[in-house]
Design a protein around this ligand. Structure first.
Ligand SMILES: [Zn+2]
Length: 57
């Protein structure tokens, strides 16, 4: 059973309920990057997202 990669944006922005969950890490990072850029105007690198924002669940 693969771990899922999860980003709960409420941890980053208290007023955002966006949650990403995917078993595909690359996909989770891509979705997180797009969301952060489009909805929050913030650019994160793949490494920042992987190391600091995504949780394994
Ligand atoms: Zn958000």
């Amino acid at each position: 059973m693969a771990d899922a990669h999860r980003l709960d944006c409420e941890n980053e922005a208290a007023d955002c309920r966006f949650i990403i969950q995917s078993e595909n890490e690359a996909e989770a990072i891509e979705l997180a990057k797009n969301h952060m850029r489009d909805d929050h105007g913030q650019e994160y690198t793949d490494d920042e997202l992987r190391e600091e924002h995504l949780q394994a669940v």
